[in-house]
Design a protein around this ligand. Structure first.
Ligand SMILES: CC(C)(COP(=O)(O)OP(=O)(O)OC[C@H]1O[C@@H](n2cnc3c(N)ncnc32)[C@H](O)[C@@H]1OP(=O)(O)O)[C@@H](O)C(=O)NCCC(=O)NCCS
Length: 155
């Protein structure tokens, strides 16, 4: 694998990051959501809604870059809850999402958190299990969005 850099996004990279998120969502997750859920997600990642959340520090984004090309995005909401994790389809299974989660885990450890949580999509559950996340509950559907609450103990 070539060198992947994980770093905060620059202001002018947020639109590209949100495009990547929406593109990967439509390809891999939208089928398991109701039309209401797809609409809820689209509105959530619309720059008009998201950019103010980033500016006031509610959402915290990091990107994975391969020779300057954005290949993956992770975002937390109410740190350290993983709210978004999306990797460019042609870069799947290169260990990029693992690096992005490990990066959040190491920041969470520095800040003395003892767990990292996520509402996992059904598609991503096997991925999170591989990293040691465990389910906290059965699958839920809220506003048409299907997810399983999971947590990783880092204490
Ligand atoms: C889930 C996702 C983020 C994983 O990204 P990735 O960069 O391909 O993951 P990694 O390469 O770090 O995978 C780590 C391990 O998990 C495995 N894995 C990854 N996705 C998997 C999946 N959907 N099902 C089963 N195993 C999976 C990989 O094979 C790898 O196994 P290995 O360590 O034995 O090689 C990516 O598939 C994606 O963007 N999916 C669509 C969006 C999504 O569902 N996001 C999660 C929202 S909560």
């Amino acid at each position: 694998m070539s060198d992947i850099t994980i770093r905060p996004l620059e202001k002018d990279e947020y639109n590209a990051a949100l495009n990547l998120v929406l593109h990967v969502f439509m390809r891999f997750q939208s089928d398991s959501f109701t039309p209401e859920g797809v609409d809820t997600f689209r509105r959530f990642v619309d720059p008009v809604h998201m950019l103010p959340l980033i500016e006031c520090g509610i959402m915290f984004f990091r990107g994975a870059f391969d020779e300057g090309r954005l290949v993956g995005v992770i975002a937390t909401r109410g740190f350290p809850h993983i709210s978004l994790l999306f990797v460019n389809p042609s870069d799947h299974c290169r260990g990029i999402a693992t690096l992005l989660v490990q990066d959040i885990v190491s920041i969470a450890k520095e800040k003395a958190f003892t767990a990292v949580s996520v509402n996992a999509s059904s598609y991503a559950i096997p991925f999170y299990r591989r990293l040691g996340f465990v389910s906290l509950d059965t699958e839920k559907v809220e506003n048409g969005i299907r997810f399983t609450p999971m947590t990783l103990n880092i204490g």
